[in-house]
Write a protein that binds this ligand. Sequence first.
Ligand code: ACO
Length: 402
Amino acid sequence: SIDISKLRDLSGVVTLDPGYKNTGACTSNITFLDGEKGILHYRGYSIEELAEKGNFLEVCYLLIFGELPTPAEIKEFETHIRRYTLVDEEMKTIIDGFPKTAHPMGVLSALTSALIAFNPKAVNPGNEQELYEAVCKLMGKFLVIATWTYRKSKGYPLNYYDNTIGYVENFMQLMFKLPTEPYTANPAIVEALDKLFILHADHEQNCSTSTVRMVGSSHAGLFASVSAGISALWGPLHGGANQAVLEMLEEIHANGGDADKYMDKAKDKNDPFRLMGFGHRVYKNFDPRAKIIKKAADEVLATLGVNDPILGIAKKLEALALSDEYFVSRKLYPNVDFYSGIIYRALGIPTDMFTVMFAIGRLPGWIAQWKEMRLNKEPIGRPRQVYTGYPLREFVPSDKRK
Ligand code: ACO
C-alpha cells in the first residue's frame, strides 16, 4: 500500500494532463471500476448484486463505513438520521430569498452551504462519534432541503420528515404530499427510486467527487466540500446530463422524432451539439449502470402503465449509435444519464429536479470520499501548470496605453 502523505514532489518535473485523463490523484479502497470490461464494485460488491438485493441506506452505510451493516447497525443508522431531519426554521427565510424560477441545483448548493451557519463545529474525521453524527446530520437534512428546492419552485408549503416511514419513501412524501390530502407513495416507485439511488451512490474520482476531495483537501468542512460537489455535478457534461438528455429527447419528439437528423448533428464537428447521455471518460465498452437502468425503465413504465414515446426515441438513438462508425470508433455508449430521466419522468419528477435526484444518490459517495481523503492525510490538492503567457515586460502608465 502507498502512504500518500509521504509522497514527495519531484521538483522541476511537471506532467501536463488536461482533464486528468491519465493522472491518478489518490489511492482509494471505496469503488472499483474497470472501464474496458464495464465493471463497477462498491467496497468489493458488484453493482448488479447491490442493485438487486441491497437497499439504498445499507449501501450508504457500506460506502461510508466500509462494511454492510448488521440489522442492529442499520436500525441505529436510520434512527440517527431521523434524529437530524429537522432543519432550522431560519433556513426557510433563506429559501424564501430565492426566486421561484431559480434552478434547484443552485438552491441546493447554496442551502447546503448555509447549513454550515447552523452547524459551525468543524468535524474531526478521526473522531468516530463526531464523524457519525456529522454523516447522519448531513444525510437527514440534505434529503429534506433537496425536496424543499422543489416545493419552493411550486410555491407549496414545506413538508417535514415523517418518522414512521423509510428514507426513500420520505423523499416521495416530502416532495408530493399536499396539506389537504392524504399521501401514500406507490411502493413500485419507492423501489425504483431506491435502485436508482444505489446506482448513483459512488463512481470513484468523477468530476464532482474530485471536487469534494479537492475542496476538502484544504481542510474545508464536510458540508462546504459537498456544496462544492453539487455545483460540479450540475454541469451538463456531468450529472446535469440527465436533464439535458430528457430535454433533447423531448425536442426530437416535438420535431417529428427524426433521430437520424440528431445523429448527424452530433457528428458534425462544426455543430456544438452532442448526443447527451452518450460517452464516458472511463467506460469504453458499456456503462453497467446504464444496462441496469435501461431494464428498469422498461419495468417501471410497464408497472405504472405509462406508454412514453420518449423511450422509443431513446432506444432508436441507441440502436443507431451502436451501428454508427463515428460512435463505435470513439467508443461512445449510453451512460448512466441516458435512461434515468425516462424513469424520473414516469415517476412524476420534474425535469429540472433530475440532477437533484443524482445528488441525493451521490451524497454517500461524496461523504465516503471526503472521509477517506482526510483519514489518508492527503496533502492539499494543488495542480501545477505550464505557463504560456508573456515573458517579463515593463509596466505601461495609463496615459501611454493604446
Ligand atoms: N456526442 C458526440 N460526440 C461525442 C460525444 C457525444 N455525446 N461524446 C464524445 N464525443 C466525441 C468528441 O467530440 C471527441 O471526438 P474527436 O475525437 O473527433 O474530437 C471524442 O468523442 C472523445 O470525446 P471527449 O470529449 O474527448 O471525451 P471526454 O472523456 O473528455 O468526455 C464526456 C466525456 C464529457 C462524458 C463526453 O462523452 C460528453 O460530453 N458526453 C455527453 C454529456 C454526457 O452524457 N455526460 C454525462 C457523463 S456520465 C456522468 O458524468 C454521470
